[in-house]
Design a protein around this ligand. Sequence first.
Ligand code: HEC
Length: 174
Amino acid sequence: MKVLVLGVLVGLLVLFPLSVYLYVRLGFLSLATTARPLPLEEFLAKTALHASIGSAADRKNPLAPTEENLLAGAKEYRDYCAVCHGLPGQPKTPFAAGMFPPAPQLLEGPSMVTDDLDGATFWKISNGIRLSGMPRFDTMPESARWQLTMLLKNADKLPLPAQAILRQPLAMPR
Ligand code: HEC
């Protein structure tokens, strides 16, 4: 009996890594952006992201929510983010349309992050998100990253001058 249990265990220990290797080696793990998500991919990514952010999510925005800060945030967004995250009322850029996972359109529709904690948004801008295409922007001054956090938090109620900046079309090949 003991020998049988041992045999099954050793078999499993060898078979599991071997089948994972074959699954990848034979091309079942397609890395094309058009391929369907892998089993558990979204669950693992969400759980790991949540755990990576940890208590940094509790950080509060140190800047006052003034029109000046929102305007600066709108300009930074146009320069650094709009290419992937889009502008209100404008079609997705080729970059946004071709990404997997998709880049959420952060200024309109259901993928806005107005309900997210400031600390979590600031963490994502500062650290990026591995395996997703979301870069980190830690070369940008911290104040600019908080202005961007403020812009995204208030994306559904921006003052008119900030809206005007975001409505100008991007110069971008379609
Ligand atoms: C090259 C494309 C690209 C650029 C440029 C980019 N992002 Fe992203 N971003 C992504 C992708 C893709 C995701 C989705 C990641 C995921 O699914 O986990 C993302 C995710 C995010 C999220 C998380 C959204 C959510 O639903 O939790 C925030 C916030 C964000 N980006 C902010 C920014 C800001 C601010 C900028 C500009 C400073 C920026 N990004 C620039 C590709 C980009």
